[in-house]
Write a protein that binds this ligand. Structure first.
Ligand SMILES: Cc1ncc(COP(=O)(O)O)c(C=O)c1O
Length: 366
């Protein structure tokens, strides 16, 4: 990996120690250019046939790229607006009802909690939440869905996916992984993971625009997940009208519409990372995040137990209020991290594009 070349692709890194890819990755200049060109085309040439041909072509290019990073067939990947969207489509699409239990972890993101809460309010589903590490032992005969993070957004811990999948398979229960802090950050070979669904974001570790995301659906589960809003691209033969069937693969779960600029920027951003070598970018990020965790501990900070991931969280004495104050003080010093409301923690997200100087700036500003 040419680290200097990768770093130079991101204008925000010229001045800022940007450590916030867990919220939104840095945007490469190439993605900015691609988005501008998409809007130029629509503005100057109109949004007719060529515009839509380009849009459809880019959607398939993006599906291929997301398939590649997930180790999946593109046909099994839906284009969504993000992780929350993907989680929502799965939870709402499964035929869950009264008496069915969704088993989840107790520190999940609202993007996963929201669909689960909706299933409780609208369909009488029961929710049971336990610590992420304890999920495999918590599966029971009433569990109908296990929904949890691949990587915890609060701690950077990795879910015990292998044990969880084994416990779930014994009861024919699907596992939905919220991969917001997984895909692009750590290896995400869906075949190796063995879950039934993997929802991910395009705007975080893949550095794309807000509004890009993916949902991988194990083909074995396709018949058991209703498509909520299949539109033109979600149908097999839209010209047949009501005679059409749903699209054969995960395309039936695609967003009904998406802006050309979103697709163009997502593809361009992905290609910046692919050129550097995604596996190398991930390995560099995980190693540097580990070094940051060590350095924070040495400096006396209370680092939250984590896994080999790209997130590092630590407690701030004084709780939420003080965490926000420290976050803002860091931002003034040109260091971008986030607070985690309700936990009194700050979180740094370390990418393969960050360097030692970024980490040093954080440590010094703290
Ligand atoms: C674990 C987790 N799940 C879901 C989300 C929401 O992702 P998105 O904005 O792509 O829906 C995030 C981040 O915002 C997250 O960290």
């Amino acid at each position: 990996m040419d680290a200097a070349r990768l770093r130079a692709a991101f204008p925000v890194l010229e001045k800022t120690a940007y450590l916030n890819a867990g919220t939104c990755g840095p945007v490469p200049a190439a993605a900015h250019r691609a988005a501008i060109e998409a809007w130029r085309m629509g503005t100057e040439e109109g949004r007719g046939g060529p515009f839509y041909e380009r849009l459809i072509g880019l959607a398939e290019q993006l599906r291929e790229r997301y398939g590649a990073v997930l180790g999946a067939e593109p046909a099994d990947v839906a284009l969504t607006s993000g992780t929350s969207d993907g989680c929502g489509r799965v939870v709402a699409g499964l035929a869950l009802g009264p008496g069915d239990e969704i088993l989840t972890a107790d520190d999940e993101h609202p993007g996963l909690q929201g669909p689960v809460i909706a299933a409780r309010e609208h369909r009488g589903v029961t929710i049971r939440a336990v610590p992420l590490a304890e999920l495999p032992g918590a599966v029971t005969d009433t569990t109908r869905l296990i929904a949890c993070s691949h990587v915890s957004w609060h701690s950077g811990a990795v879910a015990p996916v292998a044990e969880l999948v084994a416990a779930a398979a014994a009861r024919d229960v699907p596992v939905l992984l919220d991969g917001a802090q997984g895909v692009g950050a750590v290896p995400t070979d869906v075949a190796a993971l063995g879950a039934s669904f993997y929802a991910g974001s395009g705007q975080k570790w893949l550095c794309g625009p807000v509004g890009a995301g993916m949902l991988w659906v194990d083909p074995a589960w396709l018949p058991r997940v209703s498509a909520l809003a299949p539109a033109y691209g979600g149908l097999d033969s839209p010209a047949l009208g009501l005679g059409s069937a749903l699209a054969p693969g995960a395309r039936r779960y695609d967003l009904p519409s998406v802006d050309l600029a979103v697709l163009a920027a997502a593809v361009a951003a992905f290609d910046v990372l692919a050129e550097a070598g995604l596996a190398d970018v991930q390995a560099a990020a995980v190693a540097r995040a580990g070094a940051l965790a060590d350095a924070l501990r040495e400096a006396g900070h209370d680092v939250v137990p984590r896994g080999d991931t790209t997130l590092v969280s630590w407690h701030v004495a004084g709780g939420d209020e003080e965490a926000v104050a420290v976050r803002d003080r860091l931002a003034e010093a040109g260091v971008v991290v986030r607070d985690l409301p309700g936990t009194g923690r700050l979180r740094a997200s370390v990418g393969g594009w960050n360097d030692d100087d970024d980490l040093q700036r954080l440590l010094t500003a703290l």
